[in-house]
Design a protein around this ligand. Structure first.
Ligand code: HEM
Length: 139
């Protein structure tokens, strides 16, 4: 990921942080609107889960500068997700809901460059999660 993109993602995320609570509710509502069946996977209250996911996204975004150091944690998260029954398609739906939420809260600051940078960041994180969950099937 390019340094300029890391900066764009971290700066725009900084604008979301003061509104993390409503943003995470909107994110979960949007995710379930896109794919209502996902509710079957959630054992935790959706509000709480939205905050847990946002908190992990927060840590991953903060760690983008030092992604290699953070990689083992994302791998473990990916392995847990296979037990939750999450599929590759679900990762795309989460991306859609996340980008929608960013657009809603960033308004005019959600430029094409910002959107591209977020796609790169999310893809990088999701890729590590998917690879480690695929490996854990054979472990
Ligand atoms: C960047 C991507 C993602 C991040 C950072 C993330 C983060 C988290 C975190 C922090 C938890 C709390 C439990 C734990 O730490 O294991 C969790 C649980 C969970 N996540 Fe994710 N997640 C991501 C992608 C997804 C996707 C694509 C789905 C599919 C819809 C999903 C569905 C779930 C489910 C079903 C649980 C367990 C919920 C429960 O027990 O009720 N996550 N996720």
């Amino acid at each position: 990921m390019k340094q300029e993109q890391i900066i764009l993602v971290q700066e725009t995320w900084g604008k979301i942080i003061p509104e993390l609570d409503p943003a995470s509710n909107d994110f979960m509502d949007k995710l379930l609107e896109i794919k209502p069946d996902l509710i079957k996977l959630f054992r935790t209250d959706t509000r709480e889960l939205g905050l847990l996911m946002m908190a992990m996204i927060n840590r991953a975004i903060t760690a983008l500068d030092d992604f290699e150091e953070f990689r083992p944690e994302i791998q473990k998260l990916g392995k847990r997700h296979i037990h939750y029954g999450v599929t590759d398609d679900d990762f795309d739906k989460v991306a859609e809901a996340l980008l929608w939420t960013l657009k809603k809260y960033l308004g005019a600051a959600y430029t094409d460059e910002v959107a591209d940078a977020w796609v790169v960041a999310y893809t990088q994180i999701a890729q590590v999660m998917k690879e480690s969950s695929a490996q854990s099937q054979f472990a």
